[in-house]
Ligand binder design. Structure first.
Ligand SMILES: *[C@@H]1O[C@H](CO)[C@@H](O)[C@H](O)[C@H]1NC(C)=O
Ligand SMILES: *[C@@H]1O[C@H](CO)[C@@H](O)[C@H](O)[C@H]1NC(C)=O
Ligand SMILES: *[C@@H]1O[C@H](CO)[C@@H](O)[C@H](O)[C@H]1NC(C)=O
Ligand SMILES: *[C@@H]1O[C@H](CO)[C@@H](O)[C@H](O)[C@H]1NC(C)=O
Ligand SMILES: *[C@@H]1O[C@H](CO)[C@@H](O)[C@H](O)[C@H]1NC(C)=O
Length: 771
């Protein structure tokens, strides 16, 4: 009897960490990359194109004296020109050259290229969208919709990107292309993967002389293959992650077309805003309907945030931009990124699925717990050992003194470190007692172990300590569907309020993000045994808001297919007002990152995305580009900062208003200036009837604790479809010295209960804002 883990014993434990925090790059050379916003209306007549104009500006800003030795380039150079996401360019410049450039007519603003954070949690192996969770019924919705994914590229040979069942009728508006590059030729695109492009000038400029490992749209990291297939992968039967999550893989919008824009590279210290902007700029020009972007820029004001800037242009063209909230949870408020008023900001939740192993004891008793060992290890009737001397499992030396067998580890601190100690000490296997959601949601298992609940601890320990010859067998590769409660807000999902614009409640919604199964490149490790056995898999289970975002992108694509006339704001409204605040026990969704308390909208937005309900929301809260401009005009941003986002002087700043017609409500109090005095905040909203004909709705309010909420009028009558009605919502609240968050809801209930149009209401302490 022994353990077969695919290599001679002992199995050395190893954990592959995903690059979580990507640091702002520092460049030794004196020149560095700047992103420059220009006012295109001031282009001199002399130039026939913006490219020509920008190129002449860059050429003429060169300073006389050569720069120092460390500088690799002796002239300023233009990287990209941008014309869709915003007007301007990126260029490699010295500080002096930048100063010259600032004197050019038409200059608006400039800032250093910055690095982006990819929203996969720190692990690479984990899990899954379950095709049978029923969130998305298979349909032809999405057939005429194009999803543009901004990411690490794609593995075009993946079965998820086959075009079986898709027509050749690619929408006429499509202007994209399949760009040829290293190990990527034009025949790799098809009727599913209709476009592939790559943007490398920013990474090359920041890392002079670098040779890119894969200079094409081909994915060498896995992230982009995973997100693209989650949003829009085709049906693929018989997939699994090493025997877990077996079934048919499919994207949320399995008939949608995918276009990939590779903007993230393995090389260098960061991932560059200039490349991200170039990818988004091109996606807009190519004619995508939805942009899915699972990354974000932390600590950046709206007017310097490439995603905020490019998505404003996308919104004007009714392109839905779906973004990830970030993985900075659970501690503290205001950790999210992409809290941009004109995008969809997606939080991550868990799935009703357990990857499991079953323990069978010598006396026939069984206990099931969590495991994700990527192998079918043989553990048959091995001695089960519980000894307080080493049961903390944190000392290699003590564990080496243990007899051969399966060790019970009863200390729930830092389980990852304990796994490493167990491998170092050549223990055959372990049973952990823990309920820390981080263990389940990350899903890193590279050693034969099963994690059982503290509820089962006494049975386990009692058997191990009273039986004459305790023994245990372990069965791996089990998957249970329908576990409760689910979903829960993932512990890692970043929390609102949005530091870049706290006045709009963010995130907007929650979608499955923990242990999502999707396509993976075959030459990037998807699993590991010990430290040195890398296992390939065409499908991988990983966790993060990066995985949640493409679920929402896919649903947005389906809605776009069903309601081509809806604006991006209408689609977001439909998703938010129909989101489900309850889990599968019909109780409020819990927060895995907050001691299993009820999840606040600052963790999960309006709740779990509910695609089928979103098809028929009853009422929608719409917003026009001018409404967002009114919001920008109400901030302290300068005229030029606003222009960097809006690009156009055509907008009018004469009606500033922070009261955007948004399907949620947030009031912020300053906890430093606590008073007992009540404050009042009034919101104005306008809803459009998108139901069938006449309708009557009644307001139903649950006020946040400590506040009162008044809605006027309390009844809305609509005599026909598309009629609009307005109401006001007034919140009377007081600040809490302790910084408490309280929340409630407004639901417009249709008189026949056909529609419930729900908006979360939050009273939150203020967080520091980026300006
Ligand atoms: C593209 O690459 C594939 C795989 O390497 C090859 O079979 C095919 O002939 C190439 N097509 C063209 C047009 O070069
Ligand atoms: C191991 O855990 C025990 C019990 O929690 C603790 O007292 C001890 O300090 C830990 N030892 C190490 C090396 O971390
Ligand atoms: C626990 O382990 C220690 C160290 O290996 C050993 O001395 C002791 O006898 C063990 N206790 C039991 C009850 O087996
Ligand atoms: C604008 O700046 C003023 C003065 O610094 C400040 O009192 C006010 O709160 C700011 N307004 C916004 C919307 O940030
Ligand atoms: C605020 O939070 C503290 C600490 O959790 C709690 O003791 C207090 O009752 C809360 N106050 C209100 C008004 O909810």
């Amino acid at each position: 009897m022994g353990i077969n883990c695919g290599s001679p014993l002992p199995c050395i434990f190893y954990v592959q960490f995903f690059l979580l925090a990507l640091h702002v790059h520092t460049c030794l050379a004196e020149r560095s990359t700047y992103i420059v916003h220009m006012d295109k209306s001031l282009m001199p007549k002399l130039f026939t194109s913006h490219q020509q104009w920008y190129s002449s500006i860059v050429d003429s800003c060169k300073t006389e004296t050569p720069t120092s030795f460390e500088s690799r380039s002796f002239s300023p150079s233009l990287l990209y020109t941008y014309d869709n996401a915003f007007h301007g360019f990126s260029a490699v410049l010295s500080v002096d050259e930048l100063e010259n450039l600032k004197r050019s007519p038409g200059f608006v603003s400039a800032y250093n290229d910055k690095s982006v954070t990819l929203d996969t949690t720190h692990t690479t192996q984990f899990l899954s969208l379950n095709p049978s969770t029923g969130l998305w019924p298979a349909s032809n919705y999405g057939e005429d919709v194009i999803v543009g994914v901004i990411d690490t590229g794609i593995w075009p040979e993946s079965y998820s990107f086959r075009d079986d069942g898709l027509t050749k009728n690619i929408p006429d508006k499509w202007k994209g292309t399949c760009e040829v590059g290293q190990e990527f030729n034009a025949s790799m695109c098809n009727n599913k993967l209709i476009g592939a492009r790559y943007f490398n000038k920013g990474v090359m400029a920041a890392n002079p002389g670098v040779t890119l490992n894969m200079n094409s749209a081909r994915d060498t990291e896995g992230h982009g293959t995973h997100t693209s297939s989650t949003a829009a992968g085709n049906f693929v039967d018989g997939v699994s992650y090493f025997g877990y999550a077996k079934g048919t893989a499919r994207g949320v919008a399995p008939r949608s077309r995918v276009a990939i824009y590779k903007v993230l590279w393995e090389e260098g210290k960061g991932r560059y805003a200039s490349d991200v902007l170039a990818g988004m700029d091109q996606a807009i020009a190519d004619g995508v309907d939805v942009i899915s972007i699972s990354m974000g820029f932390d600590g950046t004001p709206l007017y310097e945030d490439p995603i905020a800037i490019a998505s404003f242009a996308a919104m004007e063209k009714n392109v839905v931009v779906s973004t990830s909230a970030g993985n900075e949870g659970p501690d503290g408020l205001g950790t999210l990124h992409n809290g941009i008023p004109w995008v969809l900001t997606v939080a991550a939740g868990t799935i009703d699925r357990l990857f499991a192993g079953t323990l069978t004891f010598g006396d026939g008793l069984t206990i099931t717990g969590f495991t994700l060992l990527p192998a079918n290890a043989i553990v048959e009737k091995l001695p089960l050992i519980y000894n307080k001397t080493f049961s903390a499992c944190n000392s290699t030396k003590l564990l080496k003194s243990a007899p051969m067998g399966i060790i019970i580890c009863d200390d729930s601190h830092a389980i990852r470190g304990q796994m490493l100690r167990l491998i170092e000490s050549q223990v055959l296997g372990a049973v952990f007692i823990d309920k820390d959601p981080e263990v389940f949601e990350d899903g890193i298992v590279t050693f034969p172990l099963v994690v059982v609940s503290p509820d089962d601890a006494s049975t386990l320990i009692n058997y191990a300590t009273t039986s004459a010859k305790p023994s245990v067998s372990m069965k791996f590769q089990q998957t249970f569907i329908g576990t409760k409660p689910a979903p829960a807000a993932a512990y890692y999902t970043s929390r609102g309020p949005s530091p870049s614009y706290p006045g709009i409640l963010k995130p907007d919604i929650m979608a499955p993000g923990s242990l999502v199964l999707a396509a993976w490149p075959p030459n990037v490790a998807a699993g590991r045994i010990g430290s040195n056995v890398m296992l390939p898999s065409d499908y991988n289970l990983i966790s993060g808001t990066s995985m949640a975002c493409p679920h929402a992108s896919g649903v947005a694509a389906l809605l776009k297919g069903a309601h081509p006339e809806w604006s991006a704001a209408a689609i977001r409204s439909a998703l938010m007002t129909t989101a489900n605040p309850l889990d599968n026990t019909q109780n409020p969704i819990l927060d895995n990152g907050d001691s299993f308390n009820f999840a606040s909208p600052l963790a999960m937005g309006a709740g779990q995305i509910d695609p089928n309900s979103a098809l028929e929301p009853g009422l929608i809260y719409d917003a026009t580009p001018q409404d967002y401009v009114n919001l920008l005009c109400s901030t302290n941003f300068t005229r030029k900062q606003i222009l960097a986002i809006t690009r156009s002087h055509a907008y009018d700043c004469s009606n500033p208003s922070s009261d955007l017609n948004y399907p949620s409500f947030i009031v912020l109090y300053d906890r430093r200036h606590h008073t007992k005095q009540l404050r009042v905040r009034k919101f104005q909203r306008m809803v459009t009837n998108v139901g069938d004909g006449a309708a009557k709705y009644k307001a139903s309010v649950t006020a946040p604790k400590g506040s009162t909420v008044r809605v006027s009028p309390e009844i809305l009558f609509f005599s026909e479809t598309y009629q609009k009605q307005s109401y006001t919502l007034t919140i009377t609240y007081k600040g809490q010295k302790k910084g408490n968050v309280s929340f409630g809801e407004l639901v417009w209930v249709e008189e026949n209960e056909k529609y419930n149009v729900r908006s979360p209401i939050v009273v939150s302490p203020l967080v520091p804002v980026f300006e």
